[in-house]
Design a protein around this ligand. Sequence first.
Ligand code: PMP
Length: 436
Amino acid sequence: DSEKHSRQQNNIESNARTYSRTINKLIVSGKGSVVTDAEGLEYLDLLSCAGTLALGHRHGEITQVLKDYLDSDHIMQGLDILTPAKYDFTQQLLSVLPQALREQAKIQFCGPTGADAAEAAIKLLKTATGRRTVFAFHGGYHGMTAGALALTGNLTAKQHVASLMPDVHYFPFPYEYRSPYGVRGEALTSVSLCHIESVLADPESGITKPAAIILEALQGEGGCIPAPKEWLQGLRDICTRYDIPLVLDEVQSGFGRTGQMFAFEEAGIIPDAILMSKAIGGGLPMSVVVYKEKYDKWQPGSHAGTFRGNQMAMVSGCKTMEIIKRDNLCQAAAEKGKYLKDKLLRLQQKYPEIGDVRGRGLMLGIEMIKPDSDNAAADGELAKEIKKTCFLEGLIVETGGRHGAVIRLLPVLTIDYDEINKAVRILEYSIKLALK
Ligand code: PMP
């Protein structure tokens, strides 16, 4: 085995993906929040495949339903064919939607990734409205394929492929900590909404009414930035008044992560379409767009895709949703998240380099800064250094946001309090070491 492992370890060098460049170990097993490398070293995983593993690595019940399914006579792939697995999955998904949406929900199964859901939603809403522009936000992240990338409000990622992009207009996201308008709270909410509405209300603005406004209620890759709930409510109101479909990307924040089933629920709003992926497949690839019936303008064949009938993902996804409800994991995420956030806020008191602590539930981030600089400059180098030390000490975290200065924590929803304490200990040790 060790010879095989050493061959496999060498292969890591040829892997182009960034995760494997920083997590440069051969991971041979995992359980819950913990993964183990070929040398037997354990790592507490506070990334959870970018929030995908709501129930952790190798959850016993998920493994079991998958084994049972393999042992049954049911089919593995089904395109759009109705199967018992698809029926159960659909019923389960409808049951976790807000009541007001459930009654008018249509479900589009997409290709296996979050980006596929973004592509499908925009295509559908352009078809349904006959409009060609889309409004998106700075720091928003919706995937890496051409259409999804166009919606992503991060210039670096798309500078070489801009010619592929559809017509998207970006607005500043209400980033309280670094408010682009120099105002915060209610004032930021009003200024930001006013900016959007003034574009819509002015026929001479040069920007036509969009087919959709797309956003994350709590930006993930953008640096763990929660939208104020009044802002979300205001945006909902604008969308209603101007008859613009409001699309919430819950690919990362959905399925309990923020302490509610979906992050938009905190604001009490109902979107017109929701993008879902990651946790919805219970660890297997799947994505879905849920949208209001009135936008159901697909003709047969309008939107194809071979791998949207992955039965195994429906089986593990269905069980995952069942367990999230049964074990009250939304509430658990809220409570554990509060516990973890309090600890991070305590670290902030001790280290002026922690400029901001933010997020909800188990979707948290700390923004590292140069405390003596003008405007508390983001310190991506420091965040990178901390992440590196964390890994050497047995803790997996990710960085994100402007300049990569935000350390992002996305633990599995089943993490326990001892593991949280241990993660914070390693994080503090790594901060101290990086500041030396
Ligand atoms: N939307 C959001 C909010 C995401 O966080 C991500 C992935 N990080 C995506 C879309 C794209 O998902 P995928 O990587 O599966 O294409």
